[in-house]
Design a protein around this ligand. Structure first.
Ligand SMILES: N[C@@H](CCC(=O)N[C@@H](CS)C(=O)NCC(=O)O)C(=O)O
Length: 213
């Protein structure tokens, strides 16, 4: 059975959990506590699986895969029902564009290790860390809201769920944690509301995980 190394609050893991639920793939949940005792992601035994010391990490038989975008694309080819990356070349490329705006344009600047590092190096307190995260999420969301204003229906691209929605909802979860004012982003807010009605999102939500605190 597929194993997913995850942390309930990890938004990158949340992306993969949604895909697994959407595609009805049975999997074993392997919790990695990112905070306890300096973070289990930093243990040598976990770094054998992912030398980056990050979740998610998916193990499918001999295949050990990290990086949520790579995992989503792997799952989409292996379990195409339903597809999360579909349509013609132009549409697929736009879906990846929006996904990458989150995956490389927002998320890495506000993830745990970056926030800890700027705290240690520059003496930021927790309010300063939140302000930093809020700034980058707000800035990225402004750009995404503009891009999807041309494509959105019920979801980011029309009325069918796609990979971009699986990236958007977990990033909005982070936005709430850092108290980003979502009133400025009505399209993103509508997508979140529509997605959170779906079972695959409900089952993948941080609070629904066995390691939720
Ligand atoms: N680009 C990576 C990001 C993975 C990532 O940053 N994971 C975070 C949790 S959301 C993590 O494991 N952080 C642990 C740390 O920073 O020490 C992906 O999409 O999988």
């Amino acid at each position: 059975m597929i194993q997913l190394y995850s942390y309930f609050r990890s938004s990158a893991s949340y992306r993969v959990r949604i895909a697994l639920e959407l595609k009805n793939i049975e999997y074993e949940y392997k919790p990695i506590h990112l905070v306890k005792s300096g973070g289990e992601q930093n243990l040598a035994e976990f770094k054998v699986l992912n030398p980056m010391g990050q979740v998610p990490c998916l193990v499918d038989d001999q295949m050990i895969l990290s990086q949520s975008m790579a995992i989503l694309m792997y799952l989409d080819e292996k379990y195409p029902n339903p597809k999360i990356l579909f349509g013609d070349l132009e549409l697929r490329s736009k879906m990846i564009q929006v996904s990458e705006m989150i995956n490389s344009g927002i998320h890495p600047i506000q993830n745990l290790s970056v926030l800890n590092e700027i705290q240690q190096r520059f003496g930021l307190d927790s309010q300063g860390k939140s302000e930093w995260a809020r700034y980058w999420i707000h800035r990225g969301f402004q750009a995404i809201e503009k891009v999807i204003s041309e494509t959105a229906g019920e979801y980011a691209f029309g009325d069918e769920l796609c990979i971009a929605d699986l990236m958007i909802v977990p990033q909005i979860y982070n936005a709430h944690r850092f108290e980003v004012d979502m009133a400025a982003f009505p399209i993103l807010g509508k997508i979140e509301k529509n997605c959170l009605k779906l079972d695959c999102f409900k089952k993948a939500e941080p609070s629904a995980q066995s390691d939720a605190q």
